[in-house]
Design a binder for this molecule. Structure first.
Ligand code: HEC
Length: 229
């Protein structure tokens, strides 16, 4: 319904004669869809917004009606739905936008979201397959807090519930606190494992806990030999 409303609003404002007449007056940016924005969307959005998805973002015609919404979504970091805070825990490079990419998108929209020269539009696949993740297996499921009874090499964490803001940390027996994962606006519907850049070695006796009640699975590499019990 909302989508329909947007499309109707767009065809009234954007597709209408007024826009075409005054188009030159309201463009206040040198950033263009063809040269700048399509590349960012191609890299960061098309795994989910490819051709055939419910909101395809593969061409100017598809993207333009959503421009203001796209700006809001990326500024609030709701899109792409990464669900974690950068820098808390040493996570693998993520699909989150860089601050620079966010500013480019916002400036383009505020400047009138121009198309630019279609000849600069990069050759892009209209569907992007997300890179496959390494195979993992569940070591154990944690309900908020656990004490490890054996040493582990933690490859990742898979949250099993929504989390508006929850931090997961490890406290080793010698009292060191290791930040693991800070979930932020995480939606469990998009089931995913957050991988560490390198597996995190944690000794027996380590306390792993979340700052708020949460179920989450500890994952190890599927190919790794588990330590003798
Ligand atoms: C991991 C998948 C995924 C990625 C990556 C992703 N999105 Fe989305 N996006 C969704 C889902 C799911 C929805 C919900 C609507 C639907 O498609 O059914 C959505 C909705 C949206 C909406 C509409 C929000 C509303 O008002 O309801 C916009 C705009 C949007 N995405 C923009 C983007 C942009 C821009 C990017 C890249 C910077 C991006 N998305 C990356 C999954 C994704």
């Amino acid at each position: 319904m909302q989508t329909l409303l947007r499309l109707v609003t767009w065809s009234l404002i954007g597709g209408g004669v007024a826009f075409r007449l005054f188009a030159h007056d309201i463009i206040t940016t040198n950033l263009t869809y063809s040269r700048d924005i399509s590349r960012i969307l191609g890299k960061r959005c098309l795994t989910c917004h490819g051709a055939g998805s419910s909101i395809p973002l593969t061409s100017y015609q598809e993207v333009r009606p959503w421009a203001v919404d796209i700006k809001d979504q990326v500024l609030s970091r709701a899109m792409p739905p990464w669900g974690a805070v950068k820098g808390f825990g040493d996570l693998k490079p993520d699909d989150g936008l860089s601050q620079e990419e966010i500013m480019i998108i916002a400036a383009w929209v505020i400047g009138g979201a121009p198309q630019g020269n279609p000849a600069l539009f990069p050759k892009m696949p209209s569907n992007v397959i997300p890179p496959s993740s390494p195979p993992v297996r569940d070591l154990q499921t944690v309900a908020t807090r656990t004490v490890l009874t054996a040493p582990v090499r933690l490859a990742g964490i898979r949250p099993e519930a929504n989390a508006s803001s929850v931090r997961i940390t490890a406290r080793t027996p010698d009292g060191r606190i290791e930040p693991l994962l800070w979930l932020y606006h995480f939606n469990a519907g998009s089931s995913r494992t957050f991988f560490f850049r390198e597996p995190v070695p944690l000794p027996s006796g380590t306390v792993i806990e979340s700052s708020d009640p949460l179920r989450f699975a500890l994952e190890s590499s599927a190919t790794e030999i588990s330590p003798a019990p």
